[in-house]
Design a protein around this ligand. Sequence first.
Ligand SMILES: Nc1nc2c(c(=O)[nH]1)N[C@@H](CN(C=O)c1ccc(C(=O)N[C@@H](CCC(=O)O)C(=O)O)cc1)CN2
Ligand SMILES: NCC(=O)N[C@@H]1O[C@H](COP(=O)([O-])[O-])[C@@H](O)[C@H]1O
Length: 239
Amino acid sequence: MSDDTLNGFTPEDSRIPRVVVLISGGGTNLQALIDAQQHDELGGEIVAVISNVADAYGLKRARDAGIDAVALPHHEYESREAFDSALIKVVERHEPDLVVLAGFMRILTPRFVQRFLGRMINIHPSLLPAYQGLHTHRRALQDGVSDHGCSVHFVTEELDGGPVLVQAAVQVTPDDDEESLKARVLTREHLIFPIAVRWFLEGRLRLQGNQATIDGHPLPFGGMRLSHEDAAEELDEEE
Ligand SMILES: Nc1nc2c(c(=O)[nH]1)N[C@@H](CN(C=O)c1ccc(C(=O)N[C@@H](CCC(=O)O)C(=O)O)cc1)CN2
Ligand SMILES: NCC(=O)N[C@@H]1O[C@H](COP(=O)([O-])[O-])[C@@H](O)[C@H]1O
């Protein structure tokens, strides 16, 4: 596989790009991707959904959409490395052009990351580089920030440290609590994630070292900031 391919994806007219989605929970981001696919707005086909949590509702969403749904409980493996080795096998069996982490709540080992480097993206519920890790909404509220949001980024070995591709921001209001802020950010996640997936599958996004590019140009730090209107227009363009 050429370095160029490793760092991104070059579409071929003759085949539909293949996407494998990793989840751990409810799967509303997965559902947004499924809905985009069903409206021909994703630019590829979700060929498998894999969860490290056996009873994740997202697996039902996949089955209901006729997508191969695989449970791979991480607690059944003696180590993180053993789980990731099994996960690599299941992912590679589906021959993905892109691996999408959609609420996947396991830190991936360097071996897994290197296997899919440049063709693996994640949705994170903060305006990276702020609030890497967990409990992002609670931490943002505790800090009293006025801006919060979500980011799509290339996955690298550094947890939530990969180059950002797309972001959407929300204003934090005085009467926000963790649930209201989470719900408002989630609506923006559902808009920007399908757009980032489609841009990747169109061959527009690439990872060059620790820099992301769009159409060959370096993405600004923080990626492309999409407003609600920008995202709606981007999706409308597909219809
Ligand atoms: N090597 C990488 N692995 C992962 C990345 C990444 O960028 N590099 N992104 C995360 C997604 N993520 C936040 O967006 C995230 C997921 C999980 C955790 C975490 O601390 N997980 C714990 C278990 C937590 C739990 O089960 O509730 C763990 O794995 O021990 C932090 C951030 C996906 N992986
Ligand atoms: N660090 C990873 C992380 O926190 N991801 C977050 O988990 C939620 C999954 O929701 P979903 O299962 O409904 O898509 C989403 O908010 C996603 O950003």
